[in-house]
Ligand binder design. Structure first.
Ligand code: BEZ
Ligand code: FE
Length: 304
């Protein structure tokens, strides 16, 4: 006999629904699945008891979720975007980070991470076009929590262009422009060249954009670089470094900024050290990533 066939499984009133649903799910074998779905039912029912949706509001809500799904394509992930603008992605990151509080803080992956970025030698440029933009020279080190260097860590980086578009959003940019990965040297160090990213609006053509407009929220993110740092024996670090002089640093639409993730984009004039061959002004950025021991995993790319 299924749980739902037992006596007492027939709904009598609103107050009886939650327990009946929990009983129906009580034979779930996977304990973690049971914990998660039980809590989802309890909290979503509590939410409904609080806001008391009308039938029309419920239909609108279901249609919103449907529209979010329909807005997804191979190159756009509206589901991730929704989790991001509601602060869900940042909360998950913050909760997981508190388990590893000695490591560098994480930040949301975002909807624009792609797998299969080109591999570059240390020092190479991830810029594949000749679009104008101030050069930026990024150098960094990957360490463990004992401050020992981690060699051969994979540093995967991606960023928006100086006009604020990722290559997959912009037909003017070559495939995989401003994306690449590097492996750290024996001292855990890496360095590469790029162009200064601009801040940008998150995509607003879909239902998430409609929600932002209804909430009178701007859609902008401050300029940043994304990193995924992968090394065997360490918990993979997904993070971002934000430009210290970026607009919207205090009001990131997806709540990704923490003080510790603000990096100093130091400006240098043309012809000056440390890159005196530069004919235009340029920036340097130094970053340090501390990884906690754990199981290395690869994040699932939200787009192709
Ligand atoms: C990003 O940083 O790539 C991003 C994050 C959340 C929403 C949209 C874009
Ligand atoms: Fe981004």
């Amino acid at each position: 006999m299924y749980e739902s066939e037992k006596a007492g499984s027939i709904v009598t009133d609103a107050a009886s629904v939650t327990d009946i649903v929990l009983a129906a799910m009580s034979k779930t074998e996977n304990p973690r699945l049971k914990e998660i779905v039980d809590a989802l039912v309890k909290h979503s029912h509590a939410f409904l008891n609080e806001v008391k949706l009308s039938d029309e509001e419920f239909e609108q809500g279901l249609d919103f979720v449907r529209q979010v799904g329909l807005a997804c394509t191979d190159s756009h992930n509206e589901v991730v975007l929704l989790a991001d603008v509601l602060g869900i992605s940042t909360l998950v990151k913050a909760l997981n980070n508190s388990i590893h509080d000695e490591r560098t803080g994480g930040a949301l992956l975002g909807p624009f991470f792609r797998g299969g970025s080109p591999r570059y030698e240390l020092g190479a440029s991830i810029v594949q076009d000749d679009a104008p933009g101030a050069p930026v020279f990024v150098s960094g080190q990957v360490l463990n929590t004992r401050q020992e260097p981690i060699r051969n860590a994979k540093v995967d980086v991606w960023q928006a262009s100086p006009v604020g578009l990722y290559e997959n959003q912009d037909p003017e940019q070559p495939d995989m422009n401003l994306r690449g990965h590097f492996f750290t040297d024996a001292n855990g160090k890496f360095h590469f060249r790029s162009v200064r990213p601009a801040g940008y609006p998150v995509p607003t053509h879909g239902p998430v954009g409609e929600l932002l407009r209804a909430q009178h929220r701007h859609p902008f993110r401050p300029a940043h670089l994304h990193f995924v740092i992968y090394a065997e024996g360490y918990s993979t670090l997904i993070s971002q470094i934000f430009a210290d002089d970026a607009e919207y640093l205090e009001s990131d639409v997806v709540f990704g900024v923490t003080r510790a993730l603000v990096g100093k984009f130091e400006r240098h004039e043309a012809g000056t050290t440390p890159q005196p061959e530069q004919k235009v002004h340029y920036c340097t950025l130094e970053c340090k990533f501390v990884l906690a021991e754990g199981v290395a995993t690869h994040p699932m790319p939200p787009i192709k």
